[in-house]
Design a protein around this ligand. Structure first.
Ligand code: ATP
Length: 701
């Protein structure tokens, strides 16, 4: 059903040739339109008031009587409403349409201009305040909102992040405007001249950007032309590695290694100490202490003042290891595997020097990497080391668990997954296989640990070829969709106010499920119960080809993808959120990092990191433009400007790989479909008491 859109007093009116125009103009009946009557209904009609719906959804509940020009309650058949198209050149009418698409239950044209305590003078202004328009000053607004926190260290990180991910139109102006705030703490050092202070601040920002693959010069920010700056640039990558703090806990972990871990540890350290080339693969199922062992190895090498590179196939696991980075960013492996140019590391570069100096290179979750990436890495090392030996004769340690997730091949079959994986590479036969077998995560619960082992190895008895029976004490009885889901929610989150205490025990609980649709359903449900005031953020969506914008705008807002934030993001202070992009893995901001939302402002979110090595760190997140990595899945390629986050009371199973959770609620509305998904989900818990599984029986059961 087409719904009229017009500015106040600018509706089309139908009248007869002989009608007297003065009368027509004041005739209430002919001047009423679907839109003016929609406003009236929201004012006066009890049902419409309760519904408080969007204009486009109104025809689902009311039907337009064209003769009497009134909305009447709908008796039958639901209809989908569509607002008539308005081109962006039509100014205020275009912005009015935009607001009608997003503001629920408006009572008049005027009411659309009220936002909280403010009254805007135009619809455009309202659209801008609601974040529906892309503004050139969003980076500046974001920094201004953070300035009041007086945290120059965090502000510098945000500034670096904004330059790389927000790409403001005039970085130099931004620098000039915020230099005093960015320098506040360093300025207090009276031993530094103003020039030296500026140099130091710029060096710091430049060094943060380096891990995002950029430098200040890329943004034309004038860097002092001093030797200090270029020397620092030349050595900063190596110095940053040497500066990684070795925690006393990681040093102490060497003494705690179990017999298998110790065997592997000694073997690897022996290779390093005696300069013996070594290429190892540590195979261990979930919880057998691979990460614990890597930390012990890294601490041992680094505490001797030597370089150990910690890399991982995925962002979140990188943030768990001290100094961890994704292997793709550390070794500059091309994303496109058809690109045969190899790793983008120049043999004379600082990155190559760093790799050459490294005494140990770890690549965790190598089972998730495609064989081509590991082969690129092998070629890079041979080139840098001028050697024909595998991995250039360096000590390289891969690790992973083939029972968990293996490489993702879009729309691929089982054979495609296997043929893309490390085991099918020429490299595989060169790796010395070392095994960890004792489940240290579930060591307090032996029967649970043994159950996980059989599940991972595929040795549990199956019926109907593929189904297994879960032990009774892990499952919850299914009554009906709603009450069973509420029971699961209550067992995982018995007290939602506990999030406000920022206790890690509360934050480290999650409902895991198989599909994003179920994730949205649970997150939305929990958000309605979560205490606090709702803050609503709407994304700005734009087609890459701008000529298609007007035609597709409504459609773009409705698009969902697992790698994109939603068009409408509802947040409350203290709600748990998850990051959707690798903003700066070195600083703990990875795809899948979980955080707590500490505060909200129109252009920035203040949050606390709750997983990995950066737990407890406060960060600020800007809105960024995100393009879906595979635009082909949409009819029209487009970008979405939104905070790169989602709620994470519930998550898909894959998002928790490598993590230990204090409580796992597994919601199986339909059977698990991916390789090792059930195993990954259950093996996040330490004991059987920390798991509850809700399985919805299939219709034939
Ligand atoms: N030797 C040990 N002594 C004490 N605790 C240990 C030991 N080894 C591992 N752990 C603990 O067991 C848990 C699981 O270990 P870890 O995360 O290293 O396993 P993992 O093999 O990396 O698991 P996943 O494959 O699921 O990522 C962690 O809480 C870790 O601290």
């Amino acid at each position: 059903m087409a719904l009229q859109v017009h500015l106040e007093g600018e509706q089309s009116m139908v009248f007869n040739e002989h009608d007297i125009l003065e009368r027509v103009a004041v005739d209430e009946r002919t001047s009423q339109t679907m839109l003016t009557k929609f406003f009236q209904m929201n004012n006066k009609d009890g049902h419409a008031k309760d519904l408080k719906c969007l204009y486009k959804d109104f025809p689902q509940h009311f039907v337009w009587n064209a003769t009497h020009r009134i909305w009447e309650p709908r008796q039958r058949r639901s209809t989908i409403g569509r607002l008539t198209a308005v081109h962006s050149t039509q100014g205020e009418k275009y912005y009015l349409r935009m607001l009608l698409m997003h503001v629920k239950g408006p009572m008049s044209y005027e009411s659309l201009k009220h936002i909280g305590s403010r009254t805007a003078s135009t619809f455009r202004e309202v659209a801008e305040i609601l974040g529906l328009l892309k503004t050139d000053d969003s980076a500046e607004q974001c920094l201004l909102e953070v300035v009041s926190f007086q945290m120059p260290y965090t502000l510098r990180h945000l500034f670096a992040l904004i330059l790389v991910h927000v790409v403001p139109p005039n970085p130099i102006l931004l620098w000039q405007k915020f230099e005093p705030y960015l320098s506040e703490d360093i300025f207090k050092d009276k031993s530094l001249s103003p020039e030296q202070t500026r140099l130091k601040v710029l060096q710091l920002i430049d060094s943060y950007q380096q891990y995002m693959g950029k430098h200040l010069a890329d943004f034309k920010i004038p860097v002092p032309n001093t030797d200090d700056f270029s020397i620092q640039r030349d050595t900063q990558e190596i110095e940053a590695e040497l500066d990684i703090k070795v925690s006393t806990e990681d040093i102490a972990s060497v003494a705690l290694l179990n017999a298998h871990q110790r065997f592997v540890y000694i073997k690897i350290i022996n290779s390093i100490d005696n300069d013996i080339p070594g290429a190892f693969f540590i195979d261990g199922s979930g919880g057998t202490g691979k990460t614990f062992l890597y930390k012990a190895l890294l601490a041992t090498v680094r505490s001797k003042g030597e370089i150990a590179l910690a890399t991982v196939s995925c962002g979140i696991a990188a943030s768990i290891l001290p100094g961890g980075r994704t292997a793709h960013s550390q070794f500059k492996i091309p994303i496109d595997e058809n690109n045969d140019s190899g790793c983008n590391v120049n043999k004379q570069s600082n990155s190559a020097r760093l790799i050459k100096q490294a005494r140990l290179i770890i690549w965790d979750e190598a089972t998730m990497a495609k064989k081509y990436a590991i082969e690129c890495f092998d070629k890079l090392l041979r080139d840098i080391m001028d050697s024909d030996t595998v991995f250039g004769g360096k000590v390289v340690v891969f690790g992973g668990d083939f029972c968990q997730t293996i490489p993702v091949v879009v729309k691929g079959y089982k054979e495609d997954y296997i043929s893309a994986s490390l085991v099918k590479s020429y490299v595989w036969n060169h790796l010395e296989k070392l095994h960890l077998v004792e489940n240290m995560r579930a060591y307090l619960d032996k029967p649970f640990s043994e159950f996980l082992l059989s599940l991972g190895n595929g040795t549990l008895p199956c019926f109907d070829d593929s189904r297994i029976v879960l032990p009774h004490h892990l499952t919850m009885a299914f009554v009906d969709d709603q009450s069973s889901l509420f029971a699961l929610i209550n067992s995982v989150f018995p007290d939602l106010t506990a999030f406000g205490l920022h206790s890690l025990h509360t934050i480290n609980r999650a409902i895991l499920t198989t599909k994003n649709d179920f994730v949205y359903e649970i997150n939305n449900l929990l958000m309605t119960q979560f205490p606090g005031i709702e803050h609503r953020y709407l994304s700005y969506d734009e087609t890459i080809d701008q000529s298609k914008q007007a035609e597709h705008e409504d459609f773009l807002h409705s698009l969902e993808s697992r790698s994109l934030p939603t068009h409408e993001l509802i947040l409350k202070v203290n709600s748990p959120i998850i990051l959707l992009r690798n903003l700066n893995p070195r600083e703990g901001l990875c795809n899948e990092t979980r955080l707590i939302c500490l505060g909200v402002a129109p252009n920035v979110i203040h949050a606390l990191i709750t997983v990995g090595n950066h737990t407890g760190k406060q960060v600020f997140l800007p809105k960024i433009s995100l393009q879906c990595s595979n635009s082909n899945i949409y009819i029209v390629p487009f970008k979405r400007t939104q905070f790169p986050i989602r709620l994470c009371f519930a998550m898909t199973i894959n998002k928790t790989q490598g993590q230990t959770l204090d409580f796992v609620g597994l919601y199986l509305k339909e059977p698990v479909f991916g390789h090792g998904q059930l195993y990954v989900a259950l093996s996040r818990a330490k004991t059987a008491n920390d798991v509850r599984v809700l399985v919805k029986p299939s219709l034939d059961e």
